[in-house]
Design a protein around this ligand. Structure first.
Ligand SMILES: NC(=O)CC[C@H](N)C(=O)O
Length: 364
């Protein structure tokens, strides 16, 4: 079985040969690349990558193993994983299993020994690339397999309540986290700051949220094209107008769409843990963790009610929005990091400061 040939067949006509890194042998999806040097376990378990085949540009992956604490969700949702050199002998005091074992356990098809430099160049050149991991080099990826309803496969189906063990605030603030595919470290960031967190399904209505009596609402990251969720926009608009709101990544894009802006595809996405972002108010540049293929169109933002709070230093794309008069802010990057630097962690503090300072609920 180990000798079976392993290929990544792309819709560009390119075929790359590698070695099997998992016992599950066939998958397809959109190819994306991540430039982070560490954090492969967090990348693999970030639900934003659902249905995508992720290639890591850093050449050695798996060298510190996989542990019990870096899961960003219960399991990896990505369609496939591609590396150059896979380490089979990890060394780290927290390591519990190898990369290969984790991929096998969760039945994620994966290849090693792929020329990830060549692959990344192909993705950069073509932008939107689909591929198939297969034993047959004449197989072709079927692009019709893209699931427009991908968020429903990663969101919780029932609410989950998490109580903080950090009695930092009195009364304890309560944040409702709308789950479009949330990374666990978002909830952990809020719990560590002394907030109770209720995670709710992505389609939870304004009335249901109201019945939970939150102090603030957070719309999470998640997979897919934000425009696929256009049915939800009136609900999101209503919620974000009534409660202090923080949108992260997909949550940012959805709040922007709900308030009349548009989104578009980036040429080949921002995925990595060293993307420089400028806070336009302070002038400070922060290094951020990112994972997105879409972006809010700068010119579509209604500057009467909003302003652009952050921009990407590399391509000037929109990285953050703030409402002119409401406690409503959104960011394209990941303030929870994991993996990545914690330069923008203060955004969680800014978010909760809006409802803890007066010790009483701020919304009507
Ligand atoms: N991490 C995210 O929330 C990603 C948002 C969206 N799926 C995109 O690719 O742009």
């Amino acid at each position: 079985m180990q000798d079976e040939m392993a290929y990544l067949v792309l819709n560009t006509g390119d075929v790359l040969e590698g070695k099997w890194l998992s016992s599950v042998r066939s998958t397809e999806g959109e190819l994306v690349f991540n430039t982070a040097m560490t954090g492969y376990q967090e990348v693999m378990t970030d639900p934003s990558y659902a249905d995508q085949i992720v290639t890591m540009t850093y050449p050695l992956i798996g060298n510190y193993g996989c542990n019990d604490i870096d899961y960003e969700s219960l399991k990896p949702y990505l369609a496939g994983f591609i590396v150059s050199t896979a380490s089979h002998n990890p060394e780290h005091y927290e390591s519990k299993q190898t990369l290969q074992k984790l991929l096998d356990e969760h039945k994620i098809p994966a290849l090693s020994d792929i020329d990830t430099r060549a692959l990344t160049r192909i993705i950069r050149e073509h932008g939107e690339v689909y591929g198939k991991i297969t034993a047959d080099p004449y197989d072709q990826p079927d692009m019709s397999s893209v699931n427009p309803d991908i968020v429903s496969t990663v969101s919780v189906t029932q609410k989950q309540v998490f109580k903080t063990d950090q009695p930092a605030n009195d009364p304890t603030p309560h944040v409702v986290l709308m789950d479009f595919g949330y990374k666990h470290s978002i909830a952990q960031s809020l719990l560590a700051l002394g907030c109770d967190v209720t995670v709710v399904p992505y389609h939870t209505s304004y009335i249901e949220i109201q019945s939970l009596d939150p102090d603030g609402v957070l719309l999470s990251n998640g997979p897919g094209d934000p425009k696929a969720l256009s049915d939800l926009l009136p609900n999101i608009k209503h919620i974000s107008e009534e409660y202090p709101t923080l949108g992260i990544c997909l949550g940012h894009q959805l709040v922007a769409l709900a308030h009349g802006a548009t989104t578009k595809r980036l040429p080949y996405g921002h995925r990595g843990s060293n993307h420089p972002v400028k806070d336009l108010q302070s002038g400070k540049v922060m290094i951020t963790s990112q994972n997105h293929g879409y972006v809010v169109d700068y010119d579509s933002v209604n500057m009467k009610d909003w302003y652009v709070s952050h921009v990407n230093v590399n391509d000037q794309s929109v990285e953050g929005l703030k409402h002119q008069s409401k406690p409503l802010m959104t960011v394209q990057f990941h303030p929870e990091a994991h993996p990545g630097p914690i330069d923008t962690h203060h955004l969680f503090v800014d978010f909760i400061q809006q409802f803890i300072t007066k010790g009483e609920k701020q919304h009507a």
